[in-house]
Design a protein around this ligand. Structure first.
Ligand code: PGA
Length: 261
């Protein structure tokens, strides 16, 4: 696991964009896993910017969203499908038919989840998965208690999650109670995972996920099992890290030594 402590969420977006651009340049037919929420917004605006400057093309990529609310009408402005179009995919050259999300409006959610897994497998599996983290340590909508082996499934949202997401709805009661989400096992199958977090409200979850014991009560701690994870945090989100936080101090000391020398 590589942990980068960046100056700001803008800087996190820039550095994460470097990784995505490198991935797509090296493999134009890359399969990208996309998170929604606030954490990846700077990443997506950076990628749009680089696309406009002809620094990258997404024409041959395939994209899969991590999760989708259940209970919103198709096309609802707060559906994650609508969200990702608004903040990212409508502004780049990926064909809309290549952007996939779990079909939360399907008649049978179990079938929809199985089809989503099959579609990811058919595409060759996720090359690079972008992730945020919830205050309760969730990844996707895998709330505390989720199995590390889970695949795409229907899940109930934790109350903490519904409170956090109430800002996007007129009132908390309007926040959906359920979602379809890639499972932790699905997420761990990605070849490279990029996790982004900023702000003090994420510091506990980041410390527990990266340095705490692996436990289903902190779903993001499952990432410790993965051989290739890059974590971008700002000073605040990284504020409770002990081991990885020390690395930053060492780096700073080396800088000081170089400057003095
Ligand atoms: P955020 O949410 O990026 O909006 O903070 C992340 C998450 O809940 O997974």
């Amino acid at each position: 696991m590589e942990v980068v402590i960046a100056k700001s969420s803008k800087e996190i977006g820039k550095q994460a964009a470097d990784l995505v651009v490198a991935q797509v340049s090296q493999k134009p037919y890359s399969v990208l896993g996309l998170a929604t929420g606030a954490s990846p917004l700077f990443l997506y605006s950076q990628l749009i910017d680089r696309y406009r400057r002809n620094a990258v093309s997404f024409a041959h990529t395939t994209m899969f969203l991590v999760d989708e609310y259940v209970g919103l009408p198709r096309g609802h402005v707060q559906s994650y499908r609508a969200f990702i179009r608004r903040v990212f995919t409508d502004h780049i050259d990926v064909p809309s038919s290549a952007v996939h999300s779990p079909d939360a409006n399907a008649a049978d959610w179990n079938v929809a989840c199985e089809e989503y897994e099959a579609a990811m497998e058919h595409a060759g599996g996720i090359d690079l998965q972008v992730l945020g983290i919830g205050r309760n340590g969730h990844i996707g909508f895998n709330e505390p208690g989720s199995s590390f082996a889970s695949r795409t499934h229907l899940t109930a949202l934790a109350e903490k999650t519904r409170c956090d997401n109430a800002q996007y709805f007129s009132e908390k009661s309007k926040v959906p109670t359920h979602a379809l989400t890639q499972g932790i096992g699905t997420i761990l199958a990605a070849r490279h995972i990029v996790l982004m977090a900023s702000g003090a409200k994420k510091s506990r979850a980041i410390a527990l996920a990266l340095e705490g014991p692996m436990t289903a009560m902190v779903p993001a701690s499952a990432l410790q099992l993965h051989p290739h994870v890059t974590v971008f945090v700002d000073d605040e989100a990284g504020g409770e890290l002990q081991h990885f936080g020390c690395h930053k101090d060492v780096a700073l000391k080396i800088d000081a030594f170089d400057n003095a020398g």
